[in-house]
Structure formats: C-alpha cells, structure tokens
Design a protein around this ligand. Structure first.
Ligand code: ADP
Length: 181
C-alpha cells in the first residue's frame, strides 16, 4: 500500500480508524445535517472528541448536502475537524456533484486555515448508501483535479475501515496517476 505523489500532493489509502490519525492537521467527518453524534464516522469522531465538539457545532448546523464546516478537534489529536454532509444516494441529486462538493469544500476550508494534511473517510458510503467504487472514483477525480490546480494541502490520506475498501480506493487513485484530468 503505497503513497503516490500527484502534482506535488502525497496521496495514500490506509486501512484504519479515522479517529486514530495523530499526525494529520485535520480529519474529515462524514457528518449528519445537524452535526450531532450518530453512527459510523460521526459517532466515532464525537466519542473521541468529547462533548465539546457537539457544543461547538450547534451554532453551525444545519448544513446542506455537499456543504462543509470546520471546528476544533477538542480531545482528538487533530487541530481541526472538517464536517461534510455527503449526499444520501438516490435522494440528493446529482449525487456525484454533491459528493465532489464535499471534497472541494473540505479542501477549501483546509486551505483557509493553512493546513497541510487532511484525512478523509469514504463519505456517503455507509448509512447514506453510495456505492463504494463510484464514490472512490468521484473522490479521487475531484482531489487529483484540485492537486493539479494547485493547493497548499500537501498530504491527503484516505482512511478506510476494511481492507477491501482500502483496495478499492487505492485502485481508483492508481487509475488517476498519469491520467490527464
Ligand atoms: P455516511 O452517513 O456519510 O454514509 P458513515 O459514517 O455511515 O457515513 O460511513 C462512511 C464510511 O466510513 C463507511 O464506508 C464506513 O464503513 C466507514 N467508517 C465507519 N466508521 C469509521 C471509522 N471510525 N473510521 C473510518 N471509517 C469508518
């Protein structure tokens, strides 16, 4: 499982838990519209961050599909959490555009804060039902395009729960290497 340097940005796909990424400036939450705790990624992040995270987020909610907001990391090892509301597959349309918006808006917030490293989960692929392969293609296409345009973010890590999901993301990333986007 390698790292790829694409247009000067280091991309990698690892198997693991999004709350265990101590070396990253920010982690991304697959949030719900209310920015509350919940299942999946949001539950894990809020549990690890402590109650201060929900409290800080209250005034920023609700958010729309494709939108992102940023908060402090509270008890997480990361300085920031970037909360993205992914599209519910089959409901928030066009799904690929709303999902791409999440990645674009997350990187824009990271740039505003001058962050160098961001770890993403596979937004929308759990409770929101987005098929893993298509979601991985949208994510990589969007992020590689941003890298090509030039970004101050130097390191992008995908953190996938299962080895199968890691491999799907690694393949989607590999398909972008050397492709003109
Ligand atoms: P969504 O509601 O956007 O679909 P979920 O949190 O339900 O978000 O799931 C998004 C993806 O994150 C799924 O593929 C799920 O398997 C994975 N996932 C769940 N918990 C974690 C975690 N702690 N770290 C990394 N990935 C996780």
């Amino acid at each position: 499982m390698g790292q790829h340097s694409i247009y000067g940005v280091t991309f990698e796909c690892v198997q693991g838990d999004i709350t265990g990424q101590d070396d990253m400036d920010a982690i991304v939450n697959a949030a719900n519209a209310e920015l509350r705790t919940g299942g999946g990624v949001a539950g894990a992040i809020h549990r690890a961050a402590g109650p201060g995270l929900e409290e800080e987020c209250r005034s920023k909610a609700p958010i729309q599909p494709g939108e992102a907001v940023i908060s402090g990391g509270h008890e997480l090892p990361n300085r920031y959490v970037i909360h993205c509301l992914g599209p519910v597959y089959g409901i928030d349309e066009p799904a690929d555009e709303r999902l791409a918006d999440c990645y674009r808006n997350a990187i824009a917030l990271a740039e505003e804060k001058g962050l160098r490293s961001v770890a993403f989960p596979a937004i929308s692929t759990g409770a929101f039902g987005y098929p893993m392969e298509s979601a991985a293609r949208v994510a990589m296409r969007t992020l590689v395009f941003l890298a090509k345009q030039g970004t101050s973010v130097e390191h992008i890590r995908f953190v996938l729960f299962s080895e199968e999901d890691r491999s799907i993301h690694d393949q989607a990333l590999g398909a972008m290497v050397d492709r003109d986007v």
